[in-house]
Ligand binder design. Structure first.
Ligand SMILES: [Cu+2]
Length: 186
């Protein structure tokens, strides 16, 4: 074997070993998991949020042209959210900002991932499609609202609403403050 070829093979093998060790450390040390394709759950047509226990929720999400069902959910901080995702039409993406949730919604299949919010982490998390799915792909978004019960109004909705997507935000929203804006609702 040519000595440069030998070096390339050795170097490649060494890199693969490093990547393998990095994957093992990520899964065991940092709890990083990959989304699972579930084969024993039938794809569903309607989205819903189920409360399984205190701070444990199950989201059945349907990504379709060009919206998410349900378009928004509200859960308390510290909650565990089990996400089951499917699509009735074409492939969509399902990305929750500021988290490592990045899923594919595949027609005829159900994708599963679990996410636990930090007790001190709350605010509005935008959910968006990151897989081009047609004309209104750019407008396909939803909200995961992580709010403590004390900050919710009588209708169980956050008293402080996020800026509508169509309107550019005037300034970045500080998600750590919980000031009421006088009870204004949309
Ligand atoms: Cu899309």
């Amino acid at each position: 074997m040519d000595k440069y070829e030998q070096r390339a093979v050795l170097g490649g093998s060494f890199l693969m070993l490093i990547f393998f060790v990095a994957v093992v450390i990520a899964t065991t040390g940092f709890g990083v998991t990959v989304p699972t394709c579930i084969v024993d759950v039938k794809p569903f047509k309607h989205g819903q949020l189920l409360k399984l226990a205190d701070k444990h929720y199950e989201l059945h999400a349907v990504a379709k042209m060009w919206s998410f069902d349900p378009p928004e959910i509200t859960i308390p901080p510290g909650s565990r959210l089990d996400i089951f995702l499917t699509s009735p039409d074409v492939a969509h993406g399902f990305n929750i900002e500021k988290t490592n949730i990045n899923l594919m919604a595949i027609p005829g299949q159900v994708t599963y991932a679990s996410l636990t919010f930090d007790q001190n982490e709350w605010g509005n998390f935008r959910l968006f499609c990151h897989e081009y799915c047609g004309m209104n792909h750019h407008a396909m978004q939803g909200w995961i609202k992580v709010w403590p019960a004390a900050a919710l109004g009588a209708t169980n909705q956050p008293v402080q609403q996020p800026a509508p997507a169509a309107r550019p935000a005037e300034k970045p929203t500080d998600t750590t403050t919980q000031q009421s804006n006088g009870g204004a609702k949309q």
